[in-house]
Unconditional design. Sequence first.
Length: 197
Amino acid sequence: MRRWLSFASVAMALTLPIGVAAGQEQVIGFEGLSTQAALPGYMGFTWSTGFNEWAIATASGFSSLFRPSSGQANAVSDEMSYISFSRPEFFNLNSMFLGEFLPPGRSEFANTMIYGYRGGDLVYSMDVDYNLASMSKVDFDWTNVDKVSIAAVKGRVLVDDISVTSTPEPATVALVGTGLLGLFLFRRRKAQARITA
């Protein structure tokens, strides 16, 4: 029994760093990019839109679209264009700051749908009301998605401080489990050899 307890404690000690590393939050804030930045690959994600690329609003570029929730920049979609971000590995979408910009003289009610995909299958959807005056934090708590898509609006979608958490790949978990099983069997065989000798 003591050996089993010592093995269990070693197994927990070995897997704890993997769980901690996999659960680290990453906040994507679009700082340090030029206003006409091409975002593919930025922060490990692919950034897509319906028409052109994402734009970056700063105090000196696209200033009418500049409403960061923190820092000195926020991302902007083209007018009436959907936007999405994805990566091959699964991630958890925790939250993001969203707003909408409408051209002067327009004041339509601002809402849209946001979708979360896993392997091409729709697994989450949320109807979101935009704030036309400032950025608002939207909490998602979506787990194991690989793509998030924001439907087109009549104006431009403003995005900032996207909070994501990496999730461990199944192959990594299987590799650690196999290693722990091998360690257990090795110790068991060694213990049996001592008993028979």
